[in-house]
Design a protein around this ligand. Structure first.
Ligand SMILES: NC(=O)C1=CN([C@@H]2O[C@H](COP(=O)(O)OP(=O)(O)OC[C@H]3O[C@@H](n4cnc5c(N)ncnc54)[C@H](O)[C@@H]3O)[C@@H](O)[C@H]2O)[C@@H](O)CC1
Ligand SMILES: Nc1ncnc2c1ncn2[C@@H]1O[C@H](COP(=O)(O)OP(=O)(O)O)[C@@H](O)[C@H]1O
Ligand SMILES: [K+]
Length: 512
């Protein structure tokens, strides 16, 4: 499922109409039929108010109103702008509605009896503004939206909650708080942002007949990576595989005060299929974790007086030998020692390199070396770490996460896993995948270490993009499985996630 901005949606619709030859009125008819069908399925024979704006979103509203009325359902249709404002497909659908014998009223004529009207209606359909919103909301929309939001009625928005932009533009005005949003054909980007998602309520995508052939014309390709994609992209190990085929994994993690991070990343990698795994860490960390990570081998790396890893060049070269992937970061602590180690791996390790947690703090200083690197480099920042890398405030990262992740991946030729609800994976060529699994049970120290372990294991056995997007999906899905079993999200810990991986991984062999 693709994710688009308003402009991108308009561009695929334009190709549908102008090149493929499917008229806009037909798309609008399809939208009306799908939405009316859904409304009847969800709410049945209730009393509806359809609130219509002057653009094509309003045109959808006329189509929905007509189709509900054709079923004998009670509908009150009201329009906000002067009727002369309707043009094109919306004008055509207004005409079809009127020629079918149905009536509408002006909003300003019914406004004074709004409170009485509320007693006689159950569902409000918001067909005021969709992807065509421009700038700050103009009168009378803010006041109308306030009224609708206060009505305590079920509001269903067509395509977008009116007032919410489809893209990453911040909203500084009123917007409809919908109980449900029926998004037309493709998902809109603002659904994935913390500031705008709450306006959507429950979101469902309804097909309106835009041919998939048009999607390849989209300049930016963004997709949801879910169960279907995980299943179809998975490359199964051969039954003749030996441990060497499943990756010789090296993880540099932990410090004397943080053995837990090393333990979580390692256990998650083992549980995700790593063939041979070596942990490079301090002696005390090895003593602390060796008994419960039985499958791992250990290499003692030098530490400084504070118990932080400070491996010598010789130790690092020896560590890279025969490794098909190296991961650096979880629990390594902060300090100069980290920069030396990370820069060394960027320059001298000839394989996929994953940088996480404390290792990310030094990435901004290593960008010249990163750009020269040939093998894949993967970073896994949360918004705070992404802020450090790019110089943006955390709030800016959250608001413009698609744009920032994509730009950073492209400019530096790397893979960016920008974590948080709806984690984004950005590829060096600008392709983005977005995750829909996971819940607030993951918002705990150590969850990121588990994800990094999973990525480490998968990167040597799958295409890099598949390994990253699939790890992110399964990581969140493991948390969702607990929720489905009735666990409270408070009780889900990173260790539980690892214990659930065998169930989560069932997705790669069979669809539920
Ligand atoms: N034939 C088509 O073009 C199709 C369009 N579709 C629908 O059309 C929508 C997009 O249509 P449009 O591009 O006409 O745009 P919209 O109908 O989403 O919005 C444009 C209308 O909103 C008003 N508006 C914009 N910004 C405003 C602001 N800040 N304050 C107050 N009013 C504002 C404009 O004056 C105009 O009347 C989609 O969301 C979808 O619902 C679908 O029916 C598919 C077919
Ligand atoms: N509310 C949430 N919903 C979904 N996923 C979440 C949520 N909060 C955190 N996560 C996920 O949990 C992980 C947390 O990683 P991170 O912040 O690096 O934690 P840590 O450094 O403590 O391991 C990421 O994969 C993130 O996407
Ligand atoms: K709308």
């Amino acid at each position: 499922m693709r994710i688009v901005t308003g402009e991108e949606m308009a561009s695929v619709e334009a190709i549908t109409m102008n090149k493929i030859g499917l008229p806009g009125v037909v798309l609008m008819e399809n939208a009306g039929r799908e939405i009316a069908r859904k409304l009847i399925e969800q709410y049945g024979d209730k009393r509806y108010l359809i609130v219509i704006g002057a653009g094509n979103n309003g045109g959808d509203g006329f189509a929905v109103a007509r189709m509900l009325m054709e079923q004998g359902i009670t509908v009150m249709t009201c329009i906000i702008p002067d009727e002369s404002r309707f043009v094109g497909d919306a004008k055509q659908h207004k005409r079809i509605y009127e020629q079918s014998g149905y009536r509408w009223k002006y909003w300003h004529d019914i406004e004074h009896e709004w409170l009485e009207m509320l007693c006689d209606l159950d569902v409000i359909v918001d067909a005021m503004i969709g992807t065509g919103i421009k700038g700050a909301l103009k009168d009378p929309y803010p006041a109308i939206i306030k009224k609708l939001n206060r009505s305590q009625k079920e509001i269903v928005s067509i395509d977008l909650p009116s007032g919410v932009p489809a893209d990453e533009t911040a909203i500084a005005h009123e917007a409809v708080y919908a109980a449900k949003t029926y998004s037309l054909q493709l998902m809109k980007l603002s659904y994935f942002l913390e500031a705008t998602k709450p306006f959507y309520g429950e979101m469902e995508v309804l097909p309106i007949g835009v041919p998939p052939a048009t999607f390849k014309h989209l300049e930016k390709q963004r997709c949801v990576w879910g169960e279907e994609e995980v299943f179809h992209s998975w490359f199964t190990s051969s039954s003749f595989a030996h441990k060497g085929n499943n990756g010789r994994v090296g993880i540099i993690a932990g410090n004397d005060n943080m053995p837990g991070a090393a333990s979580l990343v390692t256990t998650a990698a083992v549980q995700s299929g790593a063939g041979l795994l070596t942990v490079g860490t301090t002696r005390p960390v090895i003593q602390a974790i060796a008994t419960h990570v039985k499958e791992a081998m250990f290499t003692t790396l030098s530490a400084n007086q504070e118990g932080l890893l400070a491996p010598t060049e010789k130790e690092l070269f020896a560590f890279y030998e025969n490794k098909t992937v190296v991961t650096i970061g979880p629990g390594v602590g902060r300090g100069e020692h980290v920069k030396d180690m990370v820069l060394h791996a960027i320059t001298h390790f000839n394989g996929p390199l994953i940088l996480d947690a404390d290792a990310l703090r030094v990435v901004a200083d290593c960008l010249d070396s990163i750009r020269k690197r040939k093998e894949p480099l993967i970073i896994t920042p949360h918004p705070g770490e992404m802020g450090m890398l790019t110089g943006y405030e955390v709030e800016q990262i959250k608001q413009r996460r698609f744009e920032i992740a994509e730009a950073f991946a492209r400019e530096n030729g790397i893979y960016v896993v920008l974590k948080g609800p709806h984690t984004i994976v950005a590829m060096p060529d600008g392709f983005l995948t977005v995750n829909m699994s996971g819940n607030e049970g993951l918002a705990k120290g150590g969850s990121g270490d588990v994800l990094t372990g999973m990525i480490t294991a998968l990167v040597t056995r799958q295409k890099t993009q598949v390994a990253l997007s699939t790890s992110v999906y399964l990581h969140g899905y493991a948390a969702d499985l607990y929720k489905k079993e009735g666990w409270s999200t408070e009780s889900i810990t990173p260790s539980h996630l690892i214990a659930k991986l065998p169930d989560a991984f069932k997705v790669v062999t069979s669809k539920s």
